[in-house]
Design a protein around this ligand. Sequence first.
Ligand code: BTN
Length: 255
Amino acid sequence: MAGLSTTRIGQHVIAYDEVVSTQPLAHEAAAKGAAEGTLVLAEQQTGGKGRLGRPWHSPKGTGIWMSLIVRPAIPLPKTPQMTLLTAVSVAGTIREETGLPVKIKWPNDIFIGDKKVCGILTELNAEADRVNYLVIGIGLNANSVQADFPEELLAIATSLRIESGSPVKRVAFIQRFCQNFEEEYNHYLREGFQRVKKEWEAHSYTIGRWVTVQTISQKLEGQAIGLDEEGVLMVKDRLGQIHKVYSADVNYRAN
Ligand code: BTN
């Protein structure tokens, strides 16, 4: 990308017009040795993948649909931190590019008000306890108008354009994201998770809210109180007991 002042992130771009999903294409590229920071982009996805096997609506030309390949030298249990780092980088970029007050809903949804504007899907490739690479999929509703959303999404999804009233320059946005991500990533690799944790908490949609958490093994109700040192969500139940929530769907409730 011309005019990009990073050393790794976004220095190699594989751009498509229409694909099923950028995720498997990024895995393929990574398995063939694509450099760290390679971005796989598409104008349209016909089978966009969301978390938990959900589809991701990715119509032509309205969004930023991209998968980023990174190869962090970190232990396997720390890889969820990379999703939080990505969320902090996307949220910061949205604030800088649009001035919109975005929040991060645990673990990785970006919200404006009570509507989702961006989702992140991190997929790991590892051998034994060694990380080979991560494919971080980012789906950002940039320039969609209301008519671009199917009926069932209208109540829960929004776009930067709907919220700010003006279209976003997608290339400039992606460049700014690459710069922000690289800065955050280099700092994380050098100094650890503390700064990401602080930034995530400062812009969290989740912290302070009463939540119901459905994990594989239990249903839990309580107040989200913060992240622990590893990036795991802590939820305090009515008896004051603190539970750690690793990977689950969090629903929000009125106390
Ligand atoms: C979610 O919130 O459920 C995650 C959505 C992730 C969507 C992005 S769009 C680019 C990449 N390719 C995909 O098929 N999914 C991710």
